[in-house]
Design a protein around this ligand. Structure first.
Ligand code: PHB
Ligand code: FE
Length: 335
């Protein structure tokens, strides 16, 4: 067995003499970037070389989420070819596995890695390939360009701490409210969102138990897009609201049911079968709408204006295995 230091070893080439980026290797997959694209190459199961190309901005936005979310729940598809599946101690990385056409043609490849190995490679690639002009978490109108030759790094923006409340935002020793003083200013799209806070009158001795805060005000001050934070946690019930603008940079393949509550404005969702990619539904969600995404689907959202979305997750570590065994349902309700 490898020692832990070896598991997290990153295999990278020296910087390219012309554009300045390193190339990376993980298992049988090779990754390189140039001024506009990420290129992924691998050998098909019968030994033929195959390549796949993604726009570098799209690739880095997806890579940012996969790294920051520790490979998330279930599948993170960067596009219709490449992605990862979280097994919570190990991670599958694949090309073509969940694309019915590539699968049928036998040109897909899936390899499994210890989480710390793929995490280390992905984090190094994200850092080397993100220029100082580009913030992969920002809305396209709020950041510079991902393109061009290597031009510095943006390490502070790609290593933001994930905002995870232990019980609830604003409680003692928990995630703090967002304020001007902390540098979390109200976003341009949410200038009309009231910033007042609810009055709290707990009985003496219950000050740390009775609590409320203005969630709209909290979200109006989010600096990032498509990045759920935990605002309240009750056992495995995680309230994960987020502000959205432009396109969810990944196509999320669920391994459990997930609920969406559209808190303002609107998001249009494409939903498909998570194994084949066969389209299943368009879901147009307007302010006040709720939807549940079944465990068998993949989905990607389009938010024409910055909007507020509450994602509700069941974070139980056993749920994915209960669903696999048929002990828990893939849908929230049967009619
Ligand atoms: C999702 O895949 O369900 C998801 C991810 C990030 C978001 C919103 C939804 O910001
Ligand atoms: Fe999802």
């Amino acid at each position: 067995m490898n020692a832990p230091a070896d598991i997290a070893k990153v295999i990278a080439s020296p910087a390219d003499a012309t554009h300045g980026y390193k190339a990376f290797k993980l298992g049988s997959f090779n990754f390189r970037r140039d001024e506009y694209f990420a290129h992924i190459t691998w050998n098909t199961r019968d030994g033929r070389p195959l390549s796949h190309t993604l726009d570098i901005g799209n690739f880095l936005r997806a890579l940012m989420r996969d790294v920051a979310w520790g490979f998330f729940y279930g599948g993170v598809n960067f596009d219709h070819v490449f992605g990862t599946t979280n097994h919570y101690q190990t991670v599958d990385m694949y090309a073509g596995t969940f694309n019915a056409t590539m699968k049928a043609a036998g040109v897909d490849l899936l390899e499994n890695f210890p989480t710390e190995q793929i995490a280390a490679t992905f984090a190094s690639m994200l850092d080397d390939w993100t220029n100082e002009t580009f913030d992969p978490f920002a809305a396209p109108q709020e950041t510079g360009s991902p393109y061009g030759r290597k031009n510095g790094n943006n390490t502070p923006k790609i290593t933001r701490a994930r905002e995870l409340a232990k019980r609830c935002v604003g409680l003692k020793d928990d995630l703090a409210l967002r304020t001007d003083a902390r540098g979390t200013l109200v976003n341009r799209a949410f200038a009309d969102v009231p910033q007042d806070q609810p009055e709290l009158h707990p009985e003496a001795g219950f000050e740390n138990e009775v609590h409320a805060f203005n969630l709209f005000a909290f979200l109006s001050r989010s600096q990032v897009t498509w990045n759920p934070s935990f605002t309240s946690v009750v056992k495995f019930s995680f309230m994960c609201p987020t502000t959205e603008e432009h396109i969810l940079p990944i196509i999320h393949a669920n391994d459990r049911v997930e609920w969406f509550f559209q808190m303002c404005d609107e998001i249009h969702w494409d939903c498909a079968d998570k194994t084949t990619g066969r389209p299943l539904a368009r879901v147009i969600m307007k302010a006040g709408d709720m939807a549940a995404m079944p465990a068998y689907c993949r989905h990607q959202g389009y938010s024409p204006k910055r909007s507020m979305l509450l994602v509700w997750e069941n974070g139980s570590p056993n749920l994915v295995y209960e669903i696999q065994k048929g002990d828990a349902p893939e849908v929230p309700v049967k009619f």
